[in-house]
Each structure stands twice: as C-alpha cells, then as structure tokens.
Design a protein around this ligand. Structure first.
Ligand SMILES: *[C@@H]1O[C@H](CO)[C@@H](O)[C@H](O)[C@H]1NC(C)=O
Length: 645
C-alpha cells in the first residue's frame, strides 16, 4: 500500500537532508492522536505571521510573512531561546517556520491572566513597523497539539460558524492601530477514556489592555480592555503580554477535530461550476464523436470506394484523379500530416515535461481526494508533489525521447540533456530570483538557502538519473509507425482565414479548459495568498478530469477543422491551442489582483506577478501536452482507417 512507499521515499529525503536548518530534519509527521492526563503540559508552538485580509476592505495588502520572533514584535521568548520544530520539506517551502514558545498550558486546568515575560519596550522604530503590520492586517499563527489556533467566523451565506486559522495581531479603531497584548486561549478537549484527554479545537480571542502588569514568572495582572495599547511612534512604549487559558469539554472526537476548520465556502458555486463544465464537456464530446462516427465513416467509405473504383477501372485513372481532386479536407493532406514539425526538439522536451506534470498533478489530487494528505500533516501536499514530480522524471524522459524518435529527431544528446532541465530549471530560477526579493525584505517567507540546496540535490540525485533512464528506454523502443507514408515534397497550404488563424483559434479554444477550472482556481488562489486551508479535493478532482476532457475535445475539434482546411501543421498548433488557456489563467490572476489584492509595496506586486506567471507557464505546458496527445491519438486513428496506395 501507499504508506510504506511514502515512508521509504521519505527516508531517502530525510537522509539526504539531515543538515537543513531551520529544521533539523524532514519527516512525515504522524496523525496518531496524542493523549494527555489532566494537568499534563500541552505544547504551544508558534508559526510565522501571515498577511490576512484587512478589515476595512477585505483586501490583501502584502504577501510577505514574518518570523514570530522578529525583533520589533517583542513577543515573549522561551527562557532557553526559541527552537525550530522539525518540519517537512513542503511545509518549509510553503513558508512554515514553527518554533517553541514560552506559553505553558495544562490539560484541563483553567488559568487566568498569566504573564511569561517582563514589560517589553517598543522604540518608535519598532512601533512604526508593528503599526504598519496592524494596518496590513497580519495574523498570528499558533499551533496547539498540531491544531491551528483559530478565530470563530460566521459564513454570511449559510450562517454556519467555523474555525478560521490565525488571529489578528491587532486592529484599527478610529484610524489608530491597536496592538493585542492579551490572548484568551479557549481549548476544546475531549475525554477519550479514563485519564486520557485530547485537544480537539483551539480558539484564540485576542484583547488589548494597556494597564496589564507583570508580577513574577507565570503571574500577571490584567488591565481593562477600555484602555487599549497604542504604540507611540514618537516615544518608547511599554507593553506586557498576558494570556488566559480556558478548557471546555467537547463531544468532538479526535478523528473529526479538523472538520470545523475545513469549511467549504459557498458549496453552491462549486456545484454550479461543475454542472456548467460538465455540460460544456458533454457538448464538445458529442461534437467530436459525431465527427468521428458520422463524417469520418462516410468520408472513409467514400474514399475507399474511390480506391476500389480505381482498381476496377484499371487503366483509367482520370476518375480517381477527379475523385481525389473533389475531395477536400483532411484526406488530402495524408502525405504531410506526419511530417516532423519545426523545432521537434523543443516540442518533444515540452511534451516530456508536460507528461511529468500531468502525472504529478493527477496523482497528487487523487491522493488528496482519498484523504492521505490531510491538513493535519502540515506541508504533506507540497512534499508529496515534490516526491511525485521527482519520481515521474522517468515518465518525462521516456515520453520526450519516444516522441522525439517519432519526429525523426537527430540531436539525441540535446534531447537527453534538456528534458530533465528545461522546466525544473525555469521553475527553480524563477523561484530563486523571487526569493531574493523576499530575502531583501527580511521576511521569513524566504526559503532558507540550505532548503534550496536540498531541492537541487534531490533533483540531481533522483530526478535527473530517472529522467535519463526513461529517455534511454524510450530511445531503445522501436519508432512509432505513422499509419500513412509521408510524401517527399510538402504540399502547399492554402491560406485559411477566420477562426482558423493561429491567434483566433487559440483564443477561442483556450477559454473552454479555463472555464472548467476557474472556480476552483479562484479558491486555490485564495488559499495560497490568504493562507487558508484548501480542502475541496473532491471538486478539484472532478474539475481536473473535466479540464482534461475539455482540453482534449476542443483541440481535436480545432485540429479537425484545420486539417479540413488542408493545413497539416497540427503539432505545434494543437499544443498551443490547448495551452492558450494559460493566458486566461494569467489574465484571471491579474483580475484577482484588481479585485482582492491591494499591495502597499512594489515588491509584493513583483512577487505576485512572478508566481502567477510561473503558474501560467506550468499550466501552459500541462494543457498543451493534453491537447497534443489527444490530437495525436485522433490523427493516428483517422489516418489508420483510410486506405492509401
Ligand atoms: C473553565 O472555565 C469555563 C468558564 O469560564 C468553564 O465553563 C469550564 O468548565 C472551565 N473548565 C474547567 C476544566 O474547569
């Protein structure tokens, strides 16, 4: 089953990577429940501060996250200094920086107004920094027994309340930024058996109290919420951080404790989009099968009859000539359709990389759908994606070299060498460049250099050799035979107009696959930029399937029309026609920026644009590959059924 496999690949990864701070090693955290006795210490861990939507206009103002112990925040540190908690590779890549905290919670023991460190002094410089983070609506992210500390929110549509991970650093009242310095931690706990209790829900209700005092370690005195903390940007401000813990018995069991975090906003819109795309798909597939079944069969029958006629009327070939001349369309170009395209090397490399992406995406979504990648395994989604991508390097190499052979390619060395480097190289260099910006901002979101190194090592040690092996095996396979012979001299292509010109055909066809996924895409963007939990893998799985079918059907249709216009340059055309949906993805990212984001700094904008462009390129390669293979199968099928010579 999957578990041992995953663990062994995990073991490979972790042996590779034992050196990488901030975490000491990567591992696959278990989801086994932790049981506590009454009075046992329950660890509270702190993660980075993330930007969230601001209260005023619900827009996101920044994309940078900050380390919890970033100096200007002056949060209390553990006496022995904060320590990094082990995290998975995916978790680090997605920005998690989990550390220990000085907060002490005791299972089932209510405690009020505790203080863990002396008054902190905010200099005007710190105050400017923190105030601007409050304006930008930053959230604190804590983890208690692996559960994120949340705020209770209400879905305005369904009136259901749910837990939204993260709670505010402060708030803005009368244009004044106010810092939260007291946390009411409300924990739901469940009695599993006698003397065995489990944490099943965590809410934090932050407050601001100017007059709180530190008495001694563990004891504080809370002020009133009537006088909130305002950090002065002119002179030093003293602030005491305090917290209270309340334990509430709950009937929620450990197994279902994540349910209230995984709220599906507006399920209606998902269903609506599904039904919508399903209708489009049925319509398209109907059209394709009509062509395949009716038109083609008729055409083929007629064509073969003509052939027969030629044999019967031996000697008199004029009838045949006439007949063939009468024929217009796809049959006329049979001697040219399998002529290798321009730039066969580039196309085969893209197809190899696309096949690799396709497998990775499909399998990851399927795994997630089956519940293997629950959000309680932080970063498992990203980790599994990396593992799949690495392993499917084999498929990438194989597809690339087989297609290249089909194209009668000669530059084998280049094909072998570029396939494993093309897309990963692009992704990595973009990632590296954008990361420089994040570094420059002093944000914790920057991926540590060692983690980068680890990724490069994984790529070189596992992915590249696998890809080369795949290429070699593909190279050794016999060439895939084209069903019809290619003529010596290329046919002239009559000028075609209207929607068959490259740009209109791409614009027309590209919108459909995009239509199949744009609702899910919107939610994925929300979860990436607003650090929300995405857990609609059921929808995503169906959407992925619908997108594949739409891509395939619409490209086949377009290529059929193209062939009917006697244009046989279908290889690049099919790739670009389906791939054009990536342009829509990028456009929707821009639209999303206008609607939901409002960045205060140009660096946030650069980062956003950079990642959106990267996502679009990946999407281009993925959909292009689907389009190409669908058309390829279609071509093999229809040209196999006609008799020539
Ligand atoms: C903690 O306090 C709340 C109310 O303040 C109460 O409902 C709850 O039962 C208390 N829990 C324990 C374990 O005493």
């Amino acid at each position: 089953m999957w578990l041992p496999n995953l663990h062994s690949s995990g073991a490979i990864l972790s042996t590779l990577i034992l050196l990488a701070p901030p975490s000491s090693a990567f591992y696959f955290p278990g989801v086994a429940p932790t049981s506590y006795k009454i009075g046992d210490k329950v660890p509270l861990q702190v993660n980075h501060l993330t930007p969230a939507d601001s209260e005023t206009d619900r827009k996101l103002r920044s994309v940078f996250s900050f380390d919890y112990y970033h100096e200007p925040f002056h949060f209390c540190k553990p006496e022995e200094g904060p320590q990094y908690i082990r995290e998975s590779l995916g978790s680090i890549l997605f920005g998690d920086r989990i550390q220990t905290s000085p907060f002490i919670l005791h299972m089932g023991k209510n405690e009020t107004c505790k203080s863990v460190c002396k008054e902190q002094t905010f200099t005007p410089r710190d105050a400017v920094f923190v105030n601007s983070r409050i304006y930008q609506g930053y959230d604190l992210n804590w983890l208690i027994d692996g559960l994120p500390a949340a705020q209770l929110l209400k879905d305005p549509d369904s009136d259901q309340s749910f837990y939204s991970p993260g709670f505010a650093l402060g708030y803005v009242s009368d244009d004044q930024p106010i810092l939260h310095n007291h946390y009411n931690i409300v924990i739901d706990y469940h009695r599993a058996s006698k003397d065995s209790y489990r944490v099943v829900g965590v809410l934090v209700d932050p407050r601001s109290m100017k007059d709180s005092k530190f008495l001694d370690i563990d004891h504080g005195e809370c002020g009133s919420t009537d006088t909130p903390v305002v950090l002065s940007e002119e002179k030093d401000t003293q602030v005491t951080y305090t917290y209270s813990v309340y334990w509430f018995p709950s009937t929620t069991s450990f197994a279902t404790r994540w349910d209230k975090y995984l709220h599906v906003y507006d399920p209606k819109i998902h269903w609506f989009s599904l039904v919508n795309s399903a209708v489009i798909v049925i319509f398209l597939i109907g059209m394709v099968s009509t062509i395949l079944v009716r038109t083609l069969r008729k055409d083929i029958a007629r064509y073969n009859r003509l052939d027969q006629l030629a044999l019967d009327d031996f000697g008199d070939t004029s009838a045949v000539e006439d007949g063939v001349q009468e024929d217009s369309g796809w049959k006329l170009v049979h001697g040219d359709v399998f002529r290798p395209p321009k730039n066969p090397l580039l196309l085969s490399i893209m197809l190899g990389n696309g096949a690799q992406l396709f497998m990775m995406a499909g399998l990851t979504i399927a795994f997630a759908l089956l519940g293997f990648l629950s959000p309680s395994n932080r970063g498992s989604l990203a980790t599994v994606m990396i593992i799949f991508y690495t392993v499917f390097g084999f498929i990438g190499g194989y597809v690339s070299s087989r297609i290249y052979k089909f194209f009668h390619g000669e530059s084998w060395k280049q094909n072998f060498a570029y396939t494993p480097f093309a897309l990963p190289g692009l992704v990595f260099s973009t990632f590296f460049l954008l990361n420089l910006f994040v570094w420059a901002r002093g944000s914790s979101g920057a991926v540590p250099f060692t983690t980068m190194l680890v990724i490069v090592i994984i790529w070189f040690v596992i992915s590249v050799p696998l890809s080369l092996a795949g290429s070699w095996i593909g190279f050794k396979q016999p060439v895939i035979e084209a069903p019809v012979r290619t003529n010596q001299i290329p046919r002239q292509i009559p000028p075609s107009g209207g929607y068959l010109r490259p740009l209109p055909s791409m614009a027309l066809a590209g919108v459909l696959p995009f239509g199949a996924i744009f609702v899910e895409l919107y939610f994925i963007m929300n979860s990436i930029w607003f650090s929300k939990v995405y857990y609609m893998f059921g929808f995503l799985f169906i959407c992925y399937g619908l997108m594949i079918m739409t891509c395939a059907a619409v490209t086949v249709l377009m290529i059929y029309f193209l062939l009917c216009a006697e244009n046989y340059h279908w290889q690049w055309r099919s790739f670009c026609t389906a791939g054009a949906s990536a342009a829509y993805v990028f456009a929707s990212a821009l639209l999303y920026w206008m609607k939901d984001l409002s960045f205060g700094s140009w660096t946030s904008g650069v980062l956003y644009l950079g990642y959106s462009a990267l996502l679009s390129v990946l999407f281009f390669v993925l959909t292009g590959t689907i389009g190409f293979f669908a058309s390829w199968l279609f071509m093999l099928k229809i040209y196999k059924s006609i008799k020539v010579d």
